[in-house]
Ligand binder design. Structure first.
Ligand SMILES: [Zn+2]
Length: 100
């Protein structure tokens, strides 16, 4: 009966993609996050699609995006929470050239 464990992980991943394809409610996001965490599944790209604080799913109207190098800030209009993501990762590789 060990085969069902592998399948359940895939099933949850399918559930996650299906959920975020529609317009999930905060409760649904909370649930799926718990499920994913219990199976050690990372939400990676989906993490940026909802608010960390109130779990509101971001649509085109309920959040603001600010670029403040090297960070991208997403501001939730519902609770005002700021989430920061680094967007430039290779800045340090440039510094060791052109020194005479
Ligand atoms: Zn929020």
């Amino acid at each position: 009966m060990n085969q069902t464990k592998k399948n359940s992980k895939q099933l949850i991943q399918q559930k996650i993609t299906a959920l975020f394809a529609s317009n999930p409610s905060p409760q649904e996001i909370k649930k799926i996050k718990k499920l994913a965490m219990s199976k050690n599944i990372q939400l990676t790209s989906y993490k940026k699609k909802f608010c960390k604080n109130c779990f509101t799913f971001f649509t085109s109207t309920n959040h603001q995006v600010r670029i403040k190098k090297p960070y991208k800030m997403i501001i939730c209009n519902h609770c005002g929470y700021h989430s920061k993501y680094k967007i430039y990762q290779n800045l340090e590789g440039v510094s060791n050239s052109t020194k005479v």
